[in-house]
Design a protein around this ligand. Structure first.
Ligand code: ATP
Ligand code: MG
Length: 385
């Protein structure tokens, strides 16, 4: 397939904030964009040249997207793999449906990690009563996770005993699940890689992540955020996972750092990731430009981070700091701090736990960027880190 130069139209399945930032990156480079999303006012649909308002499996909608776009990617992993396969019959689609299907299913994902020689948390699949009965006590306390459709800690229950495990599985409507042993986490980190059609692979530096209530809250990216040998292992493991899938596109892999210094893989996302948003301002090539380049078949160059960076997620809770009525946070005060880059996704309604935007801080030194980020937290009423 030939390289798609600017002037071509790049399509994306899904109209959320990741799609919006993909659209921004594509348009900056001179591409036209098309977004398929059922929502009339989706964050990406509102900024795209074309918006196909249709369900992900709607045949007419898919045909329209395929007629408008020269190549198509996805911005969320729960896009039905059949829809991608359907589009691939007509257009170049990356990542491929087969890779997305693996990332959609925790059990398949873990099999893939194991095949690639990357250890995961001890776990067992729970598909039926027999599986439940076979679970060893060594997996408790654990976290029962639905195999499919979980995000931001949804579809997960922490269980200490067999009784709690059974009740949790009932609570999850006996959906196929994976029980993972609860591990003593020293820290969490993630790595974003981009792999081209020719197998060339580049990576962003390792990202240190702090989660609150199962949702990413803070990402810190600078030398020393993770011990160098662990950072190197995470990058090598992510590359092996991408290569093992014959992956084309941007892939993010999340890891747990354990107290004994070992590293285990948690999960992967077949798309740019919340923990990579800092790269828009903190690196010379962002994860969204990497997505554009892999889709268009443009060369990949190794991104270079030029500034220590910290990303703070802005959840809907911030709008309710003063009470039950939504009040816009004082962005002007935050923007008075040096090196702040405000991103709001254009979502009309603030809701608790909803990702409304993020704030990236870049600075000349780790100390400077940490100080500014702490001040931003104080101004916004966010907990410190
Ligand atoms: P997202 O897709 O938004 O990253 P998710 O719903 O897929 O989230 P996970 O990444 O599986 O959820 O888990 C969310 C968080 O819960 C992790 O980032 C980690 O903080 C904690 N967690 C998950 N599994 C374990 C485990 N086995 N041991 C300890 N903590 C865990
Ligand atoms: Mg996760």
């Amino acid at each position: 397939m030939t390289v798609l130069l600017p002037g071509a139209t790049l399509g994306v399945m899904g109209g959320g904030q990741l799609g919006r930032m993909f659209v921004h990156a594509a348009q900056r480079m001179g591409y036209f964009t098309a977004v398929l999303d059922p929502d009339a006012s989706s964050p990406a649909g509102r900024v795209s040249h074309h918006h196909v308002q249709a369900d992900y499996l709607d045949e007419a909608g898919l045909a329209k997207l395929a007629s408008q776009a020269d190549a198509i990617t996805t911005e969320f992993e729960n896009v039905p793999a059949q829809a991608l396969a359907r589009l691939a019959a007509q257009r170049f689609v990356a990542p491929a449906a087969a890779a997305v299907a693996i990332a959609q299913d925790r059990a398949l994902e873990k099999e893939h990690f194991t095949r690639c020689g990357v250890p995961c948390a001890p776990n067992a699949v729970v598909n039926d009563e027999q599986d439940l009965a076979r679970i060893g006590d060594d997996l408790l306390p654990g976290i029962l996770k639905t195999a499919r459709l979980g995000y931001d800690g949804k579809g997960q229950v922490r269980v200490r005993t067999r009784e709690e495990l059974r009740a949790a599985w009932d609570g999850l409507k006996r959906a196929p699940c994976v029980l993972e042993k609860m591990l003593p986490l020293a820290f969490e980190c993630s790595v974003v890689v981009a792999r081209g059609r020719d197998g060339a692979i580049v990576h962003l530096p390792v990202q240190h992540n702090l989660h609150r209530d199962g949702i990413l809250a803070v990402t810190e990216v600078y030398a020393g955020n993770v011990a160098p040998d662990q950072a190197q292992r995470a990058i090598e493991a992510t590359k092996a996972i991408a290569a093992g899938l014959q992956y084309v596109g941007v892939l993010c892999v999340e890891f747990f750092g354990l107290e004994d210094g070992s590293l285990v893989v948690n999960e992967m996302a077949p798309r740019p990731h919340n923990s990579g948003h800092w790269s828009i301002e903190g690196a010379d090539v962002s994860q969204f430009e990497l997505q554009v380049r892999t889709l268009a078949g443009l060369p990949l160059t190794q991104p270079r981070q030029h500034s220590p960076s910290i990303m703070l997620n802005l959840l809907g809770d911030l709008w309710f700091a003063r009470g039950a009525e939504a009040v816009t946070p004082d962005w002007a005060a935050v923007l008075a701090l040096p090196g702040t880059h405000l991103h709001l996704y254009g979502k009309t309604e603030a809701r608790k736990g909803r990702k409304m935007g993020h704030l990236t801080l870049t600075g000349p030194s780790v100390e400077a960027v940490r100080a500014a980020a702490r001040q931003a937290c104080a101004l916004l009423g966010l907990p410190g880190f």
